[in-house]
Design a protein around this ligand. Structure first.
Ligand SMILES: *Cc1c(COP(=O)(O)O)cnc(C)c1O
Length: 397
């Protein structure tokens, strides 16, 4: 999420803070590694003279995430944020001049997926989602692939709220149709597949992960492109460094998408703690599901999702009351929201620039969606309080 993250001491960005300081239990409470506790490592960066350009700390992070999270399989390159990562991966996958073609993606995703495609000269083409998993719907994708054929330049599924996509099915779909694949796995660092692997382990298609402050794998700004194809990662690394080769001549499309050494240090620290953090956040979401049996929760396709917030659907008859319900929660000091509602096809800019297939399920799910607090500091007893309040407010609504 691009959300203004501000703390009492330091307003960081110009976007309005979503987390109101008046809230006792905020929707999100970013907890990136504490720079103030990294004095020695920060001094090392200062002395090394390397501040960016895939320096030693970044190199260490890339190596450690491959060995620790992906158990030695695959390659990766860091990026300054996942949006730039998506732009690079789409550009690399589709070639230099795919203008006028379509990027097939769900309407139920974050703005960045569509913006990245538009920056690559593509037109987002929105498909529907599955009613239970809230992942892109296979039948909807396949119908649009048949309808638009060669005019589709790239398939861009989103791993909704970190829920695991069937990467093998997408690989087959990409092979059968000849359309390249770029996976928006932004929330998925911390997600675990049914087979116990980190989400995406071994994927031949690029998986783009975010390390934004509001994600489960929270730093400040940062991203990672992972895939089991070292040549593709090498090309993406050159593209992230202006498209320059080792002789410092421009050999391909490029941009500056490099992660700074200080950000890489935060990523390295987060990697050390991500296991228990992701596990705990997921356990809290399961507690919500147990305490709110009258509401609809996402069907899990993996063993664990890297969660940013807790998500549930209101019963249909309460959907029109959503704003009132969230206001009532806020009055009790409890933050709430509704990601990704409005869905992309409803955003003014995307209405003018994108096209859609049928979006019945997307429409219904997004109208009923409610996001509830989740953070590293949230306690079980707070979840119980939130649920008791939520049930009472919904009953009175
Ligand atoms: C957070 C998010 C992004 C953008 O990630 P940044 O690192 O903030 O650029 C893209 N897609 C989805 C689905 C996201 O949730």
């Amino acid at each position: 999420m691009q959300i203004g993250v501000s703390t009492a001491q330091s307003p960081l960005v110009s976007e309005p803070p979503l987390v109101s300081p008046a809230l006792r239990i905020p929707l999100l409470a970013p907890s990136p590694p504490r720079l103030s506790a990294l004095g020695g490592a920060l001094e090392e960066i200062e002395h090394s003279g390397h501040f960016s350009n895939f320096g030693p700390v970044n190199t260490r992070f890339e190596a450690e995430i491959i060995t620790k999270m992906f158990r030695g399989t695959g390659s990766c390159v860091t990026v300054a944020n996942a949006t730039l990562g998506l732009m690079l991966a789409v550009k690399q996958a589709t070639g230099w001049r795919p203008h006028g073609k379509y990027a097939l993606m769900p309407s139920f995703t974050f703005t960045a997926t569509a913006q990245a495609a538009l920056w690559c000269g593509l037109t987002p083409l929105f498909c529907d989602i599955d009613r239970d998993t809230w992942l892109p719907d296979a039948a909807s994708e396949e119908a649009l692939l048949r309808q638009y054929g060669d005019d589709i330049a790239v398939i861009m599924p989103n791993a909704t709220y970190g829920n695991c996509l069937d990467v093998d099915r997408y690989d087959r779909l990409s092979r059968d149709t000849g359309v390249p694949l770029v996976i928006d796995a932004a929330a998925g660092l911390g997600s675990v597949q049914m087979n116990g692997d980190a989400f995406g382990r071994g994927s031949t298609a690029p998986m783009v992960f975010s390390m934004h402050a509001t994600k489960c794998f929270a730093t400040g700004e940062g991203g990672l492109i992972y895939c089991n194809d070292p040549a593709r990662i090498a090309a993406l690394r050159r593209m992230a460094g202006f498209g320059l080769d080792t002789a410092r001549v421009t050999v391909m499309p490029g941009i500056n998408a490099k992660l700074s050494e200080v950000s890489a240090l935060q990523a390295l620290e987060k990697l050390r703690e991500i296991g228990p953090i992701a596990k705990r956040r997921f356990a809290l979401q399961r507690l919500y599901a147990r305490l709110l049996p009258g509401f609809t929760f996402q069907s899990m396709t993996g063993r664990q999702s890297g969660l940013q917030f807790a998500s549930l659907l209101l019963p249909s008859h309460l959907a029109p009351q959503r704003a009132n319900i969230l206001d009532a929660l806020a009055r009790l000091g409890i933050g709430g929201g509704h990601y990704f509602s409005p869905h992309l096809a409803e955003h003014p800019f995307f209405r003018e620039t994108c096209i859609s297939g049928r979006l019945e399920v997307t429409q219904e799910v997004s109208e009923r969606m409610v996001s509830l607090p989740l953070s590293d500091s949230l306690t079980e007893s707070q979840v119980r309080q939130i649920c008791a309040s939520f049930i009472r407010i919904c009953r009175d609504a």
